[in-house]
Design a protein around this ligand. Structure first.
Ligand SMILES: [Zn+2]
Length: 274
């Protein structure tokens, strides 16, 4: 079979006679993000191989915790985030645009679909009902987000009883998204708590509306046009609207970033990672 390369049809160039040329300045855009942006973490999203052909994640998968997604290589950067909850008209409100943000990031961040974005210094408030579980002999509950401050926390003692407030240090301690209850709560796995807490706002990229914007810019040294990548634009959604609450609760995800493989990949496949 002969392979004849197909040549695409060429459109004639548009006339630029007497038209002023305006170059976009990449450094201006990048500087704007640097100067006006928020400190943020970006965790790269990769699909979990447990999905297989059926596209159903395994609930017992320790890599993705049954969500089908793994987040790796946390990078600290700056980006511009703008809330999209600006509509106050009742008609405009829907679950669809609630908790969404428009994010602009520099091209070097290589942002992609489902990447997790945490606005470090931002503050959001969440209230959550927490169910107890046993981990390593202790009674614990897990939050969706890592609390900065737990402003209110109560134990639910039954429909006919008042809520009982818990005291930090005496009744519980917390680290990351895990709250460990005191030994008084040992084996009391049927209890439920309710908490209100502040945390850094966290989002997942659900749409890249400006994935790769390129601009031709004249290099002043060579006088040649160069194609440069401009900042990208994404729509992101608060994590608890993207994943089910249970997805945050079962385990703490192992860190899959830059795994160290002792004994080589053959060892891991035969004996598993400890
Ligand atoms: Zn998995």
């Amino acid at each position: 079979m002969s392979s004849v390369e197909k040549i695409p049809i060429q459109r004639p160039p548009a006339s630029t006679f007497r038209k002023a040329r305006v170059d976009l300045d990449k450094t201006e855009f990048d500087a704007l993000i640097e100067n006006k942006g928020y400190d943020a973490y970006i965790d790269k999203a990769i699909k979990c191989p447990c999905l297989g052909r059926g596209h159903h994640a395994r609930l017992d998968c320790v890599n993705c915790l049954g969500t089908g997604w793994i987040f790796i290589d946390r990078t600290k950067t700056k980006l511009v985030s703008q809330s999209m909850d600006t509509s106050t008209k009742y008609e405009g409100w829907s679950e669809l645009n609630y908790g969404q943000a428009r994010i602009t990031a520099r091209d070097v961040d290589l942002m992609g679909f489902m990447d997790r974005v945490t606005i470090i210094d931002g503050s959001a408030t969440t209230t959550q009902v927490l169910e107890a579980m046993e981990v390593n002999g202790s009674t614990v509950v897990r939050f969706i987000y890592d609390p900065k401050e737990i402003t209110d926390i109560y134990v639910y003692a039954g429909a006919d009883k008042k809520l009982q407030r818990l005291i930090e240090g005496t009744d519980y301690s917390h680290s990351g998204n895990t709250l460990t209850l005191s030994s008084f709560f040992e084996d009391k796995l049927d209890i439920r708590l309710v908490a209100r807490y502040t945390h850094s706002p966290q989002f997942h990229v659900v749409e890249m509306y400006r994935e790769a914007m390129t601009a031709r810019i004249k290099n002043r040294n060579t006088d040649q046009d160069e194609v440069v990548l401009m900042p990208v634009g994404a729509i992101a959604r608060r994590s608890h609207y993207v994943f089910d609450e249970e997805d945050f609760l079962n385990f703490v995800s192992p860190d899959n970033s830059s795994p160290t493989i002792l004994g080589g990949i053959e060892y891991v496949l035969n004996f598993g990672l400890s």
